[in-house]
Design a protein around this ligand. Structure first.
Ligand code: BG6
Length: 290
């Protein structure tokens, strides 16, 4: 189902037979909503979010591409999240498992003349967003070099999980990993053996994680499970009190009910030779926990 938001940007609503749903905007190819079969929202969106392009909406799942952060020549987190994507009616085939029993939409981003001036690399970025019969949200990115010289990129699915109380949240799967700390000039540290808990601002890139990460929301007795392929790194971000107040599109207290945990490829950018294609997959599911 395709509708338009108040700025005239197309949005696609995916539904499964049990009543779960996903909303994707063509602005940024950004998932704006993911609801379970009880109609409960699972992703955070700020009450102060602005829905006016070109700025990405504060919440959901903005895609950071071809740069993560502000360390390169491009705007923070790259331009893909600020662009209008198109519906791809005739995508090259994917593995049958990536289509069977799913409700999905294929989106496409190609660089404009202006994009090529700031990042002179011809690419095709195909994104398939799917909702499975079980209510899982999957995002498959295929990025192809259609240029005559190699290029490199970073990517992150900047996933804003909606949580009931950040002080009761635990993340498992990142223990003992090295991480780059954005709050300490990207210095490298090693995580200790315990699951992560939160009591202050966090802005890190965990390196080379295993492919399953769990985010436990104790209050709501709910666990989010991230399964990823081709995405070695994991961003963990919560702005906490002070930074929240400095962000215009984020409520002062909203840090208490969100956490970004992103499947990403950041530390070692991906290089594509002419004609080569890269695929990255992220699957999000939610299970009850005690
Ligand atoms: C994080 C960055 O991943 O994203 C933070 O490391 C940044 O520094 C945050 O504040 C949100 O970024 P943005 O551009 O959406 O405000």
């Amino acid at each position: 189902e395709v509708t338009k938001d108040r700025n005239g940007v197309q949005q696609v609503l995916l539904r499964n037979s049990r009543g779960a749903s996903v909303t994707v905007s063509l602005h940024g190819g950004q998932v704006l909503s993911w609801k379970n079969d009880r109609g409960e929202e699972l992703l955070f969106t700020s009450t102060k979010a602005t829905f006016k392009p070109p700025h990405a909406v504060r919440g959901g799942i903005p895609i950071c591409f071809p740069q993560f952060g502000n360390g390169g020549s491009l705007e923070q987190h790259g331009f893909a999240r600020n662009k209008i994507w198109v519906i791809d009616d005739n995508p090259p085939p994917l593995h049958p498992n990536d289509s069977n029993g799913k409700s999905y939409i294929d989106l496409l981003l190609k660089p404009s003349e202006d994009d090529l001036k700031i990042w002179p690399h011809c690419f095709e970025f195909r994104l398939r967003v799917s909702l499975t019969a079980d209510g899982n949200l999957t995002m498959i990115s295929r990025i192809r070099n259609v240029n005559c010289k190699p290029f490199s990129f970073s990517i992150a699915y900047h996933t804003y999980f909606l949580l009931s109380d950040i002080s009761e949240v635990r993340v498992e799967g990142l223990e003992t990993l090295d991480y780059l700390d954005n709050l300490c000039q990207k210095q490298r540290f090693t995580e200790q053996g315990d699951a992560l808990t939160f009591e202050s601002e966090v802005d890190r890139v965990y390196l080379n994680s295993k492919d399953v990460i769990a985010v436990f929301d104790h209050e709501r007795k709910r666990t989010f499970v991230l399964r990823k392929e081709g995405l070695p790194d994991v961003v963990v971000w919560n702005p906490w009190e002070k930074k929240s107040k400095s962000m215009l599109d984020f409520g002062d207290e909203e840090y208490k009910r969100m956490l970004c945990v992103d499947g990403a490829a950041i530390e070692k950018p991906i290089t594509l030779k002419p004609g080569e294609e890269w695929t990255g997959r992220l699957e999000l599911s939610v299970v009850p926990s005690s």
